[in-house]
Design a protein around this ligand. Structure first.
Ligand code: HEC
Ligand code: HEC
Ligand code: HEC
Ligand code: HEC
Ligand code: HEC
Length: 639
């Protein structure tokens, strides 16, 4: 990591923090009593355990309130409001998780309960640990079904009772036991009695709550490999290494922790509790806790009643908006550079840069990103298209069992997909977590500063092809840690030699259909799998657009050509003058086929007709701003 880039990283983060604070989502302006009826706090559990406490017990003082937990404008920023509609709050009711636990058990029937016990360790931590402290050996799905504490998911006390005890090297939900009814937080509390009296916890200051180590025990996960007969082998497999990926990046030394990006600080802070009434404001790390999983959040929102979820639609919509902002503003950069090529051939370099604090994508192995590359002539006709997506076919050109990592793409049946693919003991690609034995492919983008020499590299190694790619995670001078990948698209369209427009899009997918096929094969054998299959088939599975770039850059301006039934160009095609009909024009701009601006007109000038006589034949655009401030782009053809 060179000093210049380190500086840029921090600058970007400062800018990012400001953007996070400034963006609007449905929840963000809720303050009146009427509004707060849209939040559903009363359904949170009041369960009490030996060491854990249900999230409903924290609402009284840390929930939405006219005194506490609001920003400078009086909008609700309660930690409960934010947390309640996150994936972590709903981790024990997550229908994909439920289906997958069932699937893993069906694949390894002699160990069904042992496997479920491992899964509940992170997805239902408070219930799991309470049961073990009470002397139970196993905590499975039947135990969870009747246990409000387990169903509370990764709840407040799951995080706030984590002692600072060798956290870095804990895995698989191995949380240290907090015997002392201590709630850890980053600040010295102004008063401790209210919490002691009400929930029998003492809020206590400790710096470890501001470090990534609190997240490590649940965000480092390895599985014990089972063979195809469902029997354990000696092998282990690192399924998720998000914390260890972060550890092997430039962020630890820059002081950028998980919280920096996932719990953005509220400018100005807030009063943390509504009682006592005299508390001064404190800093607040907002409990946004979002990643890239807007897909499942939508499934949760749309099935909330059936799944018995407590959060309201407004809360889910807010978490979804934050998630998509995370993906679109903080995940990756894309750059497109034309390369010299002989006449009739078109060559472009595409460079991707990971902006997250870990691999991109990270976490659960179904996640992937892929590149869609479209080349068009100046009439808008398609010359080449790699990585098109449709609900029926998924990603066009994606090979079975998996698409190799590419350095150069020359044909439409190749597509760049960044993902992790694992194999079982026979070397066959698999989606059974407990049979994972080796990596077939892992070309997920490394975070900035990542190196193959780092002590934790073996927990987050590149797959074979990425490790051999000379520019993967390499700066131009060959040193490691760029967090980038470069690849070339080299295209020879049939008999076309003219100007071209290229459009490149990076897409993110939480759960491609292919990844759940194997599991859905068991739908007849388990209700949880059949239930999730029904929800999956109902869901909108369109990938999220992360970033998009154009060549020439000016073509971006005409990318959003919308069919405006009310606005049209007359005549079309035209040879000299056109009029804009159906729109109340304030200003208009004439653009050529590549989106370059040719001329500008006032509303009055445009009403006299726009001269397109000087344009070459082919497509052109007129961009319009109406008097009411709306924008439209109309497409015309010069005859
Ligand atoms: C070390 C803690 C831990 C354990 C143990 C664990 N998980 Fe997870 N699991 C996670 C985390 C963290 C995520 C979220 C990662 C992400 O969003 O990319 C996750 C995500 C998932 C998802 C995706 C959920 C979604 O909504 O997309 C499924 C399915 C899942 N786990 C199944 C299982 C199964 C089955 C087991 C037991 C064999 C298990 N998990 C054990 C931590 C754990
Ligand atoms: C009766 C009111 C009340 C209840 C109920 C309550 N708290 Fe608190 N909490 C407080 C007060 C008061 C503070 C100190 C605020 C301050 O110093 O500004 C506090 C502080 C905290 C802190 C910050 C500690 C630090 O050192 O930074 C955390 C974390 C916390 N509470 C978590 C919880 C959790 C989790 C629950 C539910 C199990 C809960 N609280 C229930 C009143 C309450
Ligand atoms: C995923 C772990 C996690 C969960 C779940 C969680 N917290 Fe926190 N909480 C933290 C961390 C980390 C901080 C410190 C953030 C900071 O200050 O930047 C924190 C801070 C706080 C604070 C002090 C103010 C602050 O931002 O430092 C309070 C109060 C609090 N949490 C209450 C709660 C309550 C109530 C819940 C449940 C509704 C909850 N937390 C759930 C991790 C968690
Ligand atoms: C007790 C275990 C546990 C702890 C501690 C924990 N997590 Fe998680 N986290 C999970 C599980 C389980 C999931 C997956 C839930 C699911 O998808 O069903 C998850 C998912 C997430 C996600 C994915 C959300 C999405 O929408 O894609 C993010 C981001 C996250 N955790 C951040 C954090 C951060 C930051 C910390 C530390 C402050 C932390 N977690 C601490 C268990 C934990
Ligand atoms: C520099 C900012 C940054 C830091 C530091 C960071 N993350 Fe993230 N994280 C992101 C962004 C942006 C995303 C959304 C893109 C994605 O899904 O990878 C994300 C996504 C995630 C996801 C969800 C992946 C999914 O399936 O969608 C998890 C889980 C997660 N982060 C956990 C963590 C943990 C744990 C840490 C600390 C060890 C951490 N992050 C540090 C920016 C960061």
């Amino acid at each position: 990591m060179n000093a210049k880039l380190a500086g840029l990283g921090l600058m970007a983060l400062i800018a990012a923090a400001l953007m996070w604070a400034g963006a609007v989502e449905p929840e963000a302006t809720m303050k009146t009593e009427q509004d707060s009826l849209l939040l559903r706090m009363a359904d949170l559990t009041l369960a009490e355990g030996e060491h854990h406490s249900g999230s409903g017990n924290c609402v009284l003082c840390h929930g939405p309130d006219p005194i506490a937990m609001q920003d400078a404008e009086g909008n609700d920023v309660s930690v409960v409001t934010h947390w309640q509609a996150t994936m972590m709050a709903n981790s024990a009711k997550d229908p994909f998780w439920r289906a997958k636990v069932a699937h893993e058990g069906l694949e390894n029937p002699d160990y069904t309960d042992e496997i479920a016990n491992v899964c509940t360790g992170c997805h239902a931590p408070a219930g799991h640990h309470e049961a073990h402290w009470a002397g139970d050996d196993l905590y499975n799905i039947a135990d969870l079904e009747g246990d409000e504490m387990g169903l509370d998911g990764v709840n407040c006390t799951s995080c706030h009772t984590i002692n600072d005890d060798s956290l870095r090297w804990r895995f698989n939900g191995d949380l240290p036991t907090n015997e002392d009814r201590v709630i850890w937080g980053p600040f010295t509390p102004q008063v401790t009695m209210p919490m002691q009296n009400n929930v029998n916890y003492t809020p206590t200051s400790s710096g470890h709550m501001l470090t990534s180590e609190v997240c490590a025990p649940c965000h480092s996960l390895y599985t014990h490999t089972f063979d195809l007969e469902g029997q354990p082998t000696d092998g282990v497999f690192f399924e998720q290494s998000t914390y260890l990926e972060w550890l092997n990046s430039s962020y630890p030394e820059e002081g950028v922790e998980c919280q920096t990006c996932h719990m953005p600080r509220l400018p100005g802070g807030t009063i943390l509790s509504d009682r006592p009434t005299w508390l001064a404001a404190n800093p607040l790390g907002q409990h946004h806790l979002v990643g890239g999983n807007s897909f499942m959040l939508k499934v949760l929102r749309d099935n909330a009643a059936g799944l018995d979820l407590s959060a309201s639609t407004v809360q889910f919509d807010s978490t979804i908006a934050r998630t998509e902002r995370m993906l679109q503003h903080h995940s990756a950069n894309l750059a497109l550079t034309p390369l010299d090529a002989p006449a009739g051939e078109y060559a472009f370099e595409v460079e991707l840069e990971n902006l997250t604090g870990h691999k991109f994508p990270t976490g659960y192995p179904s996640r992937l990103t892929f590149i869609e590359f479209e080349l068009r002539d100046t009439l808008g006709n398609e010359l080449f298209h790699s990585g098109a997506w449709s609900p029926e076919e998924g990603i066009a050109g994606r090979d079975l069992p998996f698409e190799p990592h590419h350095n150069e793409i020359t044909s439409e049946d190749q597509v760049q997909v960044y993902e992790m693919v694992f194999a079982d003991v026979s070397g066959t690609s698999s989606t059974v977590l407990d049979q994972a034995a080796s990596v077939l492919k892992d070309n997920r983008l490394a975070p900035s500063g990542f190196s193959m020499g780092h002590m934790s590299y073996d927990t987050a190694a590149f797959g074979p092809a990425a490790a051999l790619d000379a520019d993967f995670n390499r700066f131009a001078d060959g040193t490691e840690g760029s967090g980038t990948d470069r690849l070339v698209y080299r295209i020879t369209p049939d008999g076309y030699f003219g100007e071209v427009i290229a459009e490149v899009t990076l897409h993110y997918m939480t759960l491609p259909a292919r990844w759940v096929e194997e599991m859905f094969g068991y739908a007849a054998d388990h209700e949880a799998i059949a239930d999730f299959q029904a929800m999956f088939n109902e869901a909108d599975r369109t990938p999220v657009e992360v970033v998009k770039v154009f060549y020439p850059e000016s073509a971006a301006g005409v990318a959003s050509v919308q069919d405006r039934p009310d606005g049209r160009l007359v005549p079309n095609p035209a040879t000299d003058r056109v009029r804009i009909e159906g729109l109340d024009v304030h200003q208009a701009w004439l653009l050529d086929a590549a989106g370059r601006q040719v001329a500008a007109f006032s509303g009055t000038e445009a009403a006299l007709g726009i001269d397109v006589g000087g344009l070459p034949t082919g497509m052109y655009f007129i961009r319009v701003e109406t008097r009411s401030g709306e924008e439209a782009v109309l497409r015309g053809v010069k005859g």
